[in-house]
Design a protein around this ligand. Structure first.
Ligand code: HEC
Ligand code: HEC
Length: 202
């Protein structure tokens, strides 16, 4: 008897949760997110090489990134928080801020995914020391921490990591000041090594 009652409570609970999430943009957030799968993989688990994994990214960073892509006015110089992109600026424009927030909650609700990325183990080992000294403070847990102000770096595809660093180093994308201070200390080989370290994280 006690068991049945428990099951009933659980059932009512699940109906309530399903009802609440469809009233907020639950299922439609998933439907929108599914349209990203061609590049970012099913459930935000990218099969590489140029699109990042989105699974487990914090909602705040997702929203900031999408708004940054949207803010990039073609040929109109840089809005302060605009993010350069090859394709995401066109895609992000297709969504309202509310839709972006709903997708952000959806991806944040998935576990962080680390892909099996081909990398050079020796470079990753050198990179680990560079990471400890210069990057760990902000990209915690080997880059797997879903913080509000930076993305997931652990288990990301190398080409994507490399493009991201190039955008920063070329001045295309504004680098956080304290990150810049660390990056400027490093040689090209050291930067390559630390990116292999992030890619190697399992
Ligand atoms: C045609 C391929 C493609 C599609 C479709 C696509 N993306 Fe992207 N996405 C990329 C690429 C490539 C990048 C790297 C930035 C760039 O070059 O545009 C990226 C970057 C991102 C980032 C930044 C991640 C980070 O860690 O900094 C977010 C967030 C994102 N995409 C969200 C989405 C969402 C949400 C959708 C679906 C509505 C979507 N993307 C659809 C290719 C795609
Ligand atoms: C003081 C904090 C800080 C330090 C130190 C730091 N970063 Fe960052 N990093 C950030 C923040 C914040 C962002 C997100 C920037 C944005 O919003 O555009 C970021 C973004 C990145 C990205 C792009 C991620 C994405 O989603 O597009 C890469 C790659 C990266 N950092 C690599 C490094 C490496 C390598 C080091 C060490 C040499 C490092 N960072 C040190 C704060 C830091």
């Amino acid at each position: 008897m006690g068991c049945t009652k428990k099951a009933l409570v659980a059932l009512i609970g699940s109906i309530f949760v399903a009802g609440a999430s469809s009233a907020l943009a639950g299922p439609s957030a998933k439907a929108m997110a599914d349209t990203c799968a061609g590049c970012h993989g099913t459930n935000g688990q990218s099969v590489g090489p140029a699109s990042p994994n989105l699974a487990g990214m914090s909602a705040a960073y997702f929203v900031e990134s999408m708004k940054g892509f949207k803010a990039l006015p073609k040929d109109a110089g840089h809005a302060e928080d605009a993010r350069p992109a090859t394709i995401m600026n066109r895609i992000a424009k297709g969504y309202s801020d509310e839709q972006i927030e709903a997708m952000g909650e959806y991806f944040a609700g998935l576990g962080v995914y680390k892909a099996s990325v081909p990398h050079d183990a020796a470079k990753a080992k050198t990179g680990a020391e560079i990471y400890d000294k210069g990057c760990a403070k902000c990209h915690d847990e080997g880059g797997a921490l879903a913080s509000d102000d930076a993305g997931i770096l652990a288990g990301q595809w190398l080409p994507w990591l490399e493009y991201s660093m190039q955008d920063f180093q070329s001045g295309h994308r504004e680098m956080p000041k304290k990150m810049k201070k660390q990056v400027e200390k490093l040689s090209d080989a050291e930067i390559e090594a630390v990116l292999h370290y992030f890619a190697s994280q399992k």
